[in-house]
Design a protein around this ligand. Structure first.
Ligand code: ATP
Length: 199
């Protein structure tokens, strides 16, 4: 799967709009300590739907918004857009490129967009299910993650293998279907009660 572009504005140390274009092959990001290399990985995690502030190395939701520096005032909004190549139809959308955008404002309001159309966080999660790229997937390996995977309980390790095997989508659908079945059974019992009351 080819990442084509990452646009960042107001996210962590990136007050101004920055665009990174990824070519095919390997991309290496180098820079002095504290220059924002890890913030780029955080931006990718965040736009893919990461909800844990801890995984984004913060303590509050608004820690992802540029909080000001000696020369710059804080900004009110963080926005990240990630563009992926879809010329091979890997994603079930009829576009050659897919751009996922996430915004958050200081008042806590936030939004997600797929190709500029507002969507739910659930849609972003579903889009990336079984691609290895979504939340909790294995394509972003942070420091300590390899050790964490090796020491994980077998059932936790299994979920990574299931994501790679592409069966998470079906597992989720099965769980949703089972939930619906249970709800329908409860409704049926209620209908039977009403019928017996009427008889
Ligand atoms: P290292 O090589 O030491 O791991 P790095 O290049 O990965 O460093 P990052 O961890 O990406 O650096 O960036 C850290 C910098 O980002 C710090 O200077 C920190 O003050 C800044 N930073 C993080 N969050 C914000 C924010 N919300 N507003 C402004 N600056 C921020």
């Amino acid at each position: 799967m080819l990442l084509k572009r990452l646009e960042i504005q107001g996210f962590k140390s990136f007050a101004d709009r920055v665009e990174l274009a990824f070519n095919s092959g390997l991309t290496v990001i180098v820079g002095p300590n504290g220059s924002g290399k890890s913030n780029i990985a955080d931006a990718i995690r965040w736009v893919l739907g990461e909800q844990s502030v801890k995984n984004l190395r913060g303590s509050r939701l608004e820690d992802v918004i540029f909080s000001g520096s000696v020369k710059r005032k804080p900004v009110g909004m963080a926005e990240v857009s990630l563009t992926l190549d879809n010329s091979n139809g890997r994603f079930p959308l009829e576009f050659n490129e897919i751009t996922v955008t996430r915004r958050v404002y200081r008042n806590g309001e936030s939004e997600f967009l797929i190709n500029k159309t507002p969507c739910r966080l659930k849609d972003i999660h579903e889009l990336f299910l079984d691609t290895g790229l979504g939340r909790d997937a294995y394509s972003i390996i942070g420091q300590g993650r390899v050790e964490e995977i090796l020491n994980a309980r077998p059932e936790d390790r299994r979920s990574i293998i299931e994501e790679a095997a592409g069966i998470v989508r079906y597992r989720m659908r099965k769980l949703e279907a089972e939930k619906k079945l249970q709800e329908t059974e409860v409704d049926l019992v209620r209908v039977e009660d009403i019928i017996s009351e009427l008889e």
